[in-house]
Each structure stands twice: as C-alpha cells, then as structure tokens.
Design a protein around this ligand. Structure first.
Ligand SMILES: Cc1cc2nc3c(=O)[nH]c(=O)nc-3n(C[C@H](O)[C@H](O)[C@H](O)COP(=O)(O)OP(=O)(O)OC[C@H]3O[C@@H](n4cnc5c(N)ncnc54)[C@H](O)[C@@H]3O)c2cc1C
Length: 813
C-alpha cells in the first residue's frame, strides 16, 4: 500500500477514534469525518479503490445514523419481536425490588467514566456534637457495664441493668426523630454506636441495632399514618414497646417475596364492634427480638375474596403492626443462634383478627409491603452489618496487632515472622477498607440516598472481609483464642460471622443475583429505559430508536476507550490526585470502570434475559462493580482525611487488592464467557499485554503492618471507637498498656538477652535470678529491672487463658 494511502487512512481512523471516544452525536461525527474525508480526497492521499471503499462505508454509516425515520421504520420496527425475546422478563416483585431505593456513585462506576469530583466533593460524613457526646458518655458507660462472658455464657441474655440502661438512654430510638421522643441520629451516628458496642459485645450490639434498622420504627417513619407514628414512635424510642419484624417463614427465606403467610379481608369483632379487618395466619421463624417483643411487625400476602375493599382479589404483600398481647399471637420460645445471647425466635398465629387500621400506613398501603421492605432494607444494609463488620476489623487491628508484638516464640516476637506478617497485613488492609466503606455507605444514607446497590455491595463484601479478618486473627492467636472464657475477646465475633453472612440477604444470593442483576438494570444508562420501552403494550418506536442509538454509541465509545486504555496501560487517563503513587491507581480504577461498561454490555447483548440464570457470570460482573465501589470508598476516605502521608501505603495496598480482585473476576469471566472467541477478544482488548494487576507486594504488606504494632495517631484514628477498657484486669487494658511500654522495654530486653547469650548472665538462672545477675553485672539498672519485671507480669497475664472447674461451671483462673 502506498504511503499516502496509509497516512490518509490513519487520519480518518484518528477521527473515528476521537468521535467514538467522546461519544459525539451522529450529526457531529458525520460532519467531522465527512470534512476529514473531503480534505483527504482533495489532498489526493487515497488511491481510487480506497476512495470508493472508505466513502461507501462512511456514507452507509452516516445515512443509517442520521436518517431517523428510515431507521425507525425499516430497522427498529421489524427488530421489535427479536428485542422482546432478548430482554429479561421482570416479574412484579422483581420490579418493585429493582425500583426500590436509588442509585448513587455505583451509577458513575457503571458509566465507564466516573466523575471523581462528584464523589470527592460530597461532604465528609461527620458526627454532630450531640452524637459525639452520646458516644463519649452513654455508649462508653454501656461498654463499661458489659461483660460479654456474663451475657453469652452465664445469663444467655443481657442483664436487667443493661436492658434498663438501653431503654432509659433511648438506644432503641436512635433513628426516631426528636419530635417523636427519639434521638434523631444520623446514619453515621447509628452506625458508629452499633460498631462501638460490637467491639465490646456482639450480642448487645445486635439487640440494639435491630429496633433501629429494618423494623417497625423505620417503616412507621416512612409509611406510617400520623396516628400510628404518634402512638408508637415515642413508646419505641423509650423501649416501652419492644419491636420485632417478621418476614422469614420456613418455606420462604431468601425468596421472601413468596411468603405463604396469609391475610383474608373479612368482617370481625374489634373492641366490641363489627369492623372490616383481616384474618391472619402466619408461621415465622428466625425473628430477632421476637421472644421479648411487645409489638410485632408482620409481612403477609393479602387477599380480598369477598371484594370488601374493591375489585382486586389478590392485593399483595402487606405489612401490619400488632401488639403481641393480642389474642392468638404466639411468641416466647427462643432459637439459639450460634449460642449467642441476642433474642431470636419464632412467632405464629392462627385466625387472628386485626382491624384495618393496624396496617402500616393504613388502607392506602395495602399491597405495598414489598416495595416498603425493599426501600427500608437498603437503609438497614447500609448501616447495621457494615457496622458489625468494621467492629471486627477494629478489634483485631488493635488487639491482635498488639498481641502479635507481645507474643514471643523462639525468643522473637511472632509479628516478625513473615507468615504472621501476611495474616496481620490482611487484617490491616481490610480494616482500612472496612472503615472507608462504612463511612462512605452510611454517609450516602445521610445524603438522603437509599443506596440499593451500594448497600448490597457493602453487605456482601464487608461481611466477607470481616470473615477474612477474624479468621486471620484466630490463626495469629492460635490456642489463645481457642480456649473459651472471660479472657477470650474474639470467639463471639468469630462465631457471629456466619450470622452476618446470612441475614439481610444471604451472601451467595446477594453476590450472584442482586449486585449485578439489580446493578445492571438500575445503573446502566439505557437498559431500564429499553426494557420499559420494549415491554410496553404500544412501544414508542421513536423514543426506543433514540435510546437504542444512544446505547450503540455508548457501546462503541467504551470499546474504543478500552482499546486505547489497554494499549497505553491507562497512563493517559486524567487524574486529579497529586500523590504520584495513588494517582496511578486512580487511573486504573477509571480504566476498569470502562472495562466494566464494555463487559456488562457484551454480556447483556449475548445472554439477554438468560443472564439472570447465569449467576456465575453475573457474580463476576458484580465483583468488578463491587471492587470499584470499595476502591472509591478508600479514595474518598483518603480525601476526607486531607490525604495524610500516613495513609499512602494503606491506600496503595487497598487499591492494589481491589484491582487484583478485578483481575481475577475478569480472567474468570473471559475463561467462562458463553462464547469462547468473544471472551478471548475481550481479554485481548482489555488486557492486551496479559494480566495487569497482581496481589500487593510483600514489601507493601510489611509496610502496612508496622503501624499496627505500636501506639500511633494513625492506629488511634483507624481504630477510633473501638472500646478500650480501663479495667486493669481486662485483656484489652493489659494489651494497650504492654504495647505502650514496648518502646522502653524492647531495648532493655535485647540487652538482657545479649547478656544471656554472651554468658555474662547464666542461662541456667530463672527470670528473677537473671534480673539480679544482670543488675550486678551492670547490664541493667535497678529501675530497668523493675520495669522489665512489671512488663513480664503484664505479658504473662496477656498470654494466659482461662481454667475452669471439671464441670466447667466455675472459672478458676
Ligand atoms: C440470626 C438470624 C436473625 C434473623 N432475623 C430476622 C428477622 O428479624 N426478621 C426476619 O424476617 N428474618 C430474619 N432472619 C432471616 C434471614 O433473613 C434469612 O435467614 C435469610 O433471608 C436467608 O434465608 P434462609 O436462612 O432460609 O436461607 P435459604 O433461603 O434457604 O438459602 C440457603 C442458601 O441458598 C442461597 N440462595 C437462595 N436463593 C438463591 C439464588 N436464587 N441464587 C443463589 N443462591 C441462592 C442463599 O444465599 C443461602 O446461601 C434472621 C436469620 C438469622 C439467622
């Protein structure tokens, strides 16, 4: 081919790339490329054959994209049938779940071009003075009162004084507005209170969090009638009424939309009068607080066979509140979730008649229950489980880090063994990610967002991160945390891990079905609109054509951007971050956002409605979206803390970890793509030079472990609101104290060990004799010896485990 021809083609191809990259409108790109072609033609760069081929392609494409009426009539209309078959069918309950809540930053990530400024400019989540005081006083006081061994193993319930304190200080009314007698706290405060309690007693945290998360108070606030709000909210705030909410039934767990529990509209007696009401039958299980509830929130399917309310027979899922003292309500027996002490149990009722005014929101909310639950679920999932998960991170960061430094094997602190360092590094990095994600997700709720997808991401990934963290911590403590007893501060957090994994949408379902399934429909810039237009009784062809053409433009633009990003390694992507190391990562996050947009579109095109059944494809796409979200949370946390140097290694570790997880998800997706060649092509486009992201390097891992092992401002910030006991006989206190002595003790210890090694102090001597001999030999002073001895006593207390009488009824030591 002649040189001039090649130059001409490069020029035109460049214009095509620019048009697609910036997603120019059909008219503008036609004009731009048309002018380019005229220029190239006049300059005589093209040979006659190239001229004919290039102009023909251009004219077909330009006419197709600009002649709207022609395209609508001869392409879109005939293709409608095919499109209807391709589109996922959406049932009524699915639609309500999909439409519940709103989208937020996830939508930016899905767009392939996240506008970082939007995220960084959202206000930093901050506690008010009242909230801060509550944490410093009431929550601290509560934690001082709590003894988790007593709660879980001795009383199997909270002691009465703890219940009374929780009620008196309105812990159950954190989300209830002040006008109804509650504390009116922000989501951030709610999350922080639950988290701090969980660092002391997980059972107490669960009992406290449930009335504040998905349940009567939240539902009443959003949907209750004024009468219901005025009656119940003040009583719920003071704990005079104890609520529970019952959705789950033996045959309807994850598939809660299919609950068999029934309500039939009928006439009946209430307060001595005949009224229209509902006859209820239910059999629910796993209900937190049910055994002690005074007010029961119930979800059931409502039917009106006699048309007492209107024409509709099957009204749909409805929610009501009924006093547990009402005749026929069965509560009181307990389940025993992992032998923890929070209240959980079944509830049943047979032919229980209730008046219509007990329906939450009254008659107008009949049949609206599923939407109400889905909307409130996104709020609950953004707060409670992220709070519990972050508590695991904080406890293990603070105390397992300290323990690893203190525990010696082979005369060396175990924290210096590389194997332990690996486990510690994971705790350190994930704790940073947990705190960042907690703040960003609770912060979104305070911005009045009901983040349906972000909350599912937070629920799934944060509970999984906490499972990882707690397992690493157990490995580091080894026998020390295997032995039960008052000295064991990890066992209950470890035991509780599967509970968080199961509740509020079990994790496998959340990962495989919800995150991408819901995310694609809600976050994709065109998909939901397309589904609506295509499934309409009389599709609006003009609008459908407009949306489809925009979608094609979006796809082509993402394809071109991925090719460009792949070939340049994303180096030319704009980043506003000054720190050189972090800037590189931010570019890669943007690059992977473009990759997600391309992968999602290709999967949707190829699989259409069957993507719902291809859960493992959906899960991997969801993993990419999730890791992008978690990475964004880390960047936001870094920004909100004014980009401190102390955080740089942590940010790099977290982002590297997210990118590596994205790499794994992408590779698995390419390998299992329904069409092998498309899978391979996507892999070549996105990663033309092979895998781009590896696991964080050992050196980086080592660097993030260091701040765990000594007292520092950074350690205090990351573990802020982790309860630190001031009781001298508690492990937390001892660990803190020993760690604070380490900088003085370590050099003395080394001197002493050196003296033993060199024979100045005999190896045969016991500890006290060694100290004396070292003093006499002038190796250490009397003060040094006293300090070393004090430290050794403390250290030996730290490593002790409990002993019990033979029948295990009495703690002996
Ligand atoms: C301690 C505790 C407290 C609870 N508190 C309450 C409460 O207060 N109120 C209330 O109403 N409920 C409560 N629940 C119920 C909880 O919400 C359910 O346990 C949860 O929804 C899962 O239901 P299931 O246990 O029946 O599991 P199943 O639904 O039987 O699920 C079993 C497994 O299958 C997976 N799975 C199911 N469907 C799919 C799918 N389509 N694709 C992929 N995987 C799938 C799940 O992820 C899970 O791993 C509580 C549960 C526990 C354990």
């Amino acid at each position: 081919m002649e040189m001039a021809n090649v130059i001409g083609l490069i020029l035109i191809f460049g214009l095509v790339l620019v048009s697609a990259f910036y997603q120019l409108s059909a008219f503008i790109w036609s004009l731009l490329i048309g002018v380019g072609l005229i220029g190239v033609t006049i300059a005589g760069l093209f040979s006659p054959i190239t001229l004919i081929v290039v102009w023909s392609i251009y004219l077909i494409a330009a006419l197709f994209t600009n002649l709207n009426l022609f395209r609508q009539q001869y392409v879109i209309k005939p293709a409608l049938n095919f499109l209807q078959q391709q589109m996922p069918s959406i049932s009524a309950t699915e639609r309500e779940a999909l439409e519940a809540g709103n989208t937020w930053w996830e939508k930016e990530l899905f767009s392939g071009r996240p506008e970082w400024k939007k995220l960084f400019n959202t206000p930093k989540p901050t506690l008010s003075d009242d909230e801060q005081q509550f944490l410093d006083n009431q929550v601290e006081q509560l934690c001082n009162m709590l003894d988790d061994w007593q709660v879980v193993y001795e009383e199997r319930d909270l002691p009465k004084n703890v219940w009374d304190f929780l009620k008196k200080e309105k812990f159950f009314g954190m989300v209830i507005p002040k006008q109804y007698g509650g504390l009116g706290f922000s989501a951030l405060a709610h999350s922080t209170v639950v988290m701090k309690i969980a660092t002391r007693s997980i059972s107490t945290a669960v009992n406290t969090m449930v009335p504040n998360s998905l349940g009567p108070a939240e539902l009443l606030q959003h949907y209750g009638t004024e009468e219901q709000k005025s009656y119940y909210l003040p009583k719920l705030a003071t704990g005079e009424e104890m609520p529970c909410f019952a959705l789950t039934a033996p045959e309807a767990g994850s598939d809660a939309g299919s609950i068999p529990d029934k309500g039939i509209v009928c006439r009946g007696q209430h307060n001595g009068k005949e009224v229209i009401g509902i006859k209820l039958n239910w059999d629910k299980r796993y209900i937190t607080l049910a055994p002690i509830a005074t007010v029961l929130g119930l979800a059931f399917q409502l039917y009106d066979p006699d048309h007492l309310l209107g024409n509709k027979e099957n009204i749909g899922i409805t929610l009501c509140l009924l006093p547990t003292s009402h005749p026929g309500v069965e509560i009181g027996t307990r389940h025993y979730p992992m032998q923890l002490a929070f209240m959980n149990g079944p509830t049943r009722g047979k032919d229980v008649f209730i008046p219509l005014e007990w329906v939450i929101g009254g008659e107008k909310m009949l049949g609206q229950g599923w939407r109400m639950l889905m909307e409130c679920l996104s709020i609950g999932r953004s707060i409670s489980l992220p709070a519990l998960s972050t508590a695991c991170g904080k406890v293990t960061y603070r105390y397992t880090g300290a323990y690893a430094r203190l525990r010696r094997q082979f005369n060396t602190s175990i924290s210096s063994f590389e194997g332990i360092e690996e486990a510690l590094g994971n705790i350190a990095g994930y704790t940073y990610m947990l705190e960042a994600s907690r703040l960003m997700t609770a912060g979104a709720v305070d911005l009045k967002v009901k983040p349906s997808i972000a909350s599912a991401i937070a629920k799934y990934h944060m509970t999984e991160m906490s499972r990882t963290v707690i397992s690493h911590a157990m490995d580091i403590h080894a026998g020390h945390m295997i032995q039960s007893g008052p000295r064991n501060f990890l066992a209950n957090l470890y035991i509780a891990s599967p509970i968080s994994i199961t509740v509020e949408g079990a994790n496998i379902l959340t990962r495989n079905l919800i995150i991408f399934g819901q995310g694609a429909v809600r976050c994709h810039p065109y998909l939901l609109k397309e589904v609506e237009l295509i499934s309409a009784a009389n599709p609006n062809i003009k609008e459908l054509d407009r949306v489809l053409m925009s979608h094609v433009g979006f796809f082509v633009s993402n394809l071109i951007r991925n090719i460009a990003y792949g070939l340049t390694g994303g180096r030319l992507i704009f980043s506003s971050i000054k720190n050189k190391r972090i800037r590189q990562y931010q570019k890669q996050i943007t690059r992977m956002s473009a990759a997600l947009a391309l992968l999602a579109d290709t999967s949707l095109m190829l699989l259409g409605g069957s993507l719902k059944r291809r859960e493992r494809i959906s899960a991997r796409l969801g993993d990419i979206l999730s890791q992008l979200y978690l990475a964004s949370a880390v960047l936001k946390y870094f920004y909100d803390n004014n980009k401190p140097n102390s955080d740089v290694d942590y940010v790099c570790w977290s982002l590297q970890n997210c990118l590596q997880k994205i790499q794994i998800a992408c590779d698995e997706l390419f390998n299992n793509f329904p069409n092998k060649w498309i899978g391979k092509s996507l892999s070549w486009i996105i990663f033309p030079f092979g895998a781009a992201y590896l696991y964080p390097k050992d050196k980086l891992h080592k660097d993030i472990v260091k701040p765990m092992l000594e007292p520092s401002d950074f350690r205090n910030r990351l573990t802020q609101y982790c309860y630190v006991s001031e009781k001298e006989n508690e492990l937390g206190f001892r660990l803190e104290k020993s760690l604070s002595m380490m900088s003085v003790i370590e050099p003395l210890w080394k001197k002493l060990m050196q003296a033993v090694k060199s024979g100045v102090v005999s190896q045969k001597l016991d500890w006290q004799e060694r100290l004396n001999a070292a003093q006499q030999a002038g190796v250490i002073t009397a003060d040094d010896a006293r300090l070393l001895n004090e430290f050794e006593i403390l250290r030996s207390e730290v490593i002790k485990v409990n002993e019990f009488s033979f029948d295990l009824k009495q703690v002996i030591a």
